[in-house]
Design a binder for this molecule. Structure first.
Ligand SMILES: Cc1cc2nc3c(=O)[nH]c(=O)nc-3n(C[C@H](O)[C@H](O)[C@H](O)COP(=O)(O)OP(=O)(O)OC[C@H]3O[C@@H](n4cnc5c(N)ncnc54)[C@H](O)[C@@H]3O)c2cc1C
Length: 416
């Protein structure tokens, strides 16, 4: 495989290239990954829609849960993987419940870029993303990877320049889950589960810490990187996982960095994983990631300093800061797909592409899990075995994306 090295491409101080660059990758699969990495401009006041509403929870069912209601499938987590799984199952007429520990719509730390593969899957499963989920700029042209403070290379999202939708995750995820066809129970945290005969009994707690017991034939963990279910079914696997902390802050302000791109800074001085910058509804969003246990601020402070000195970053009021844990399952190629009638999807299973792109594989793995369960319910085959088969290509692509990411960065992108 030949990969164009990230040396001098374009200087940030020169006039920007007008067209997109072509990349000559020999390996077919890598081409597919590049297609995932596939867009813009103004400042308007910050308004993350989910924070302006005091909606009623999506769900309105309470007491009947203590009656041990039976579902075909219970999905834990209302992110894209959970929504895709739910959609795939309800389409086939299965009775599905999604439980989500947060109140919906919930905030999710994310850059909110819907890469082309994610967009295609979203449209196939749910239709066009509603305008209410979009932020300004509506579309991003591509990823701009900075090798140092002067040189970068652009990775356009698509050849025709259509770009990739730039969304608030709260809105996008809420729209997905609402259109999944499943019953939804938010403010509901899973606490325990056990096999009872040929079904599973799941105990959750609602917002008032009251127990809710549900029965199901299959349980899907769509809980994101920190999966309670994974930790319960395989504590040994869990022990071997290494973690990083991703930190992101949202400021009012301005900068000279092109808001039509998602910017990645690969210099390890700014983050052991990497550092990033994007613009959403006028907010200057910057983040970095370091291994769990490392001190974040030496990296973050250096990063903010170069953004100020070299890219004219002017920071106004801090509107939000957030952090989350991610893990090394995917770069290490250690996916965990489940046990018995319990299937894991999305980041819970280890699906996350290089540079933190995870919506595409969350959607696809959720869909594969639904396909496996649908088939198994019809034909009696083992759902987990089918799920393993169905995700083989996705696993390979995800691993390849990390290899490619490391080649581009010239270093291990997950030195945990
Ligand atoms: C800083 C950052 C930027 C990113 N930017 C992008 C991007 O621009 N594009 C992209 O494609 N990907 C991006 N990603 C990755 C992407 O956000 C994730 O890969 C994706 O959200 C994974 O989807 P999921 O459904 O597996 O999990 P999540 O979206 O994390 O959803 C899991 C859900 O499960 C719920 N949950 C967890 N535990 C429980 C429990 N015990 N009981 C009930 N509910 C529970 C959580 O509250 C959450 O709502 C980014 C990640 C980070 C950290």
């Amino acid at each position: 495989m030949k990969v164009q090295p990230l040396r001098r491409m374009y200087s940030g101080r020169e006039a920007e290239p007008t067209g997109f660059k072509r990349y000559s990758f020999v390996d077919k699969e890598i081409k597919i990954i590049l297609y995932y990495y596939s867009v813009s401009e103004k400042n308007i006041p910050y308004k993350c829609p989910c924070e302006e509403r005091s909606d009623e929870p999506l769900s309105c069912i309470t007491e009947e849960y203590v009656l041990k209601k039976m579902y075909d499938v219970v999905i834990v987590g209302a992110g894209p993987s959970g929504a895709a799984a739910a959609r795939g199952l309800t389409t086939e007429g299965l009775k599905v419940l999604v439980v989500e520990k947060k109140k919906l719509p919930r905030y999710k730390i994310c850059s909110g870029i819907i890469f082309p593969k994610s967009q295609a899957l979203t449209e196939r499963l749910f239709g066009k993303i509603p305008q209410s989920a979009y932020v300004t700029p509506n579309f991003l042209k591509g990823v701009r990877l900075w090798s140092d403070t002067e040189h970068f290379t652009d990775w356009p999202f698509n050849k025709d320049g259509a770009g990739a939708p730039n969304v608030w995750r709260s809105e996008y995820d809420q729209w997905l889950i609402k259109n999944s066809g499943a019953e939804i129970r938010d403010c509901c945290d899973i606490k325990a589960f056990k096999a009872v005969g040929d079904y599973l009994e799941v105990e959750c707690r609602n917002g008032h810490d009251e127990p809710i017991v549900i029965q199901c034939k299959y349980l899907i963990s769509a809980e994101g990187s920190r999966s309670f279910i994974r930790a319960q079914i395989d504590p040994e696997f869990e022990k071997a996982i290494r973690w990083f902390i991703a930190y992101q802050s949202y400021y009012e302000g301005d900068s000279l960095l092109d808001p039509c791109f998602y910017h990645g800074f690969l210099d390890p001085h700014y983050g052991e994983v990497y550092a990033w910058f994007s613009v959403k509804d006028g907010l200057q969003i910057l983040g970095t990631a370091v291994r769990k246990g490392s001190r974040l601020y030496p990296y973050l402070n250096k990063y903010v300093e170069i953004l100020k000195n070299n890219y004219g970053l002017k920071l106004g009021k801090l509107r939000r800061k957030a952090s989350c844990l991610g893990n090394d399952m995917c770069p290490a190629g250690r996916f965990y797909l489940g046990k018995g009638n319990i299937l894991l999807v999305g980041e819970a299973a280890g699906f996350l592409n290089a540079f933190g792109e995870g919506i595409s594989c969350a959607l696809s793995s959720g869909l594969f899990a639904s396909e496996a369960i649908n088939k198994s319910m019809k034909t009696g085959g083992d759902a987990l075995t089918l799920y393993h088969e169905l995700t083989k290509v996705e696993q390979r692509l995800t691993k390849l994306s990390w290899r490619l990411g490391s080649k581009i960065a010239g270093r291990d992108l997950m030195p945990l």
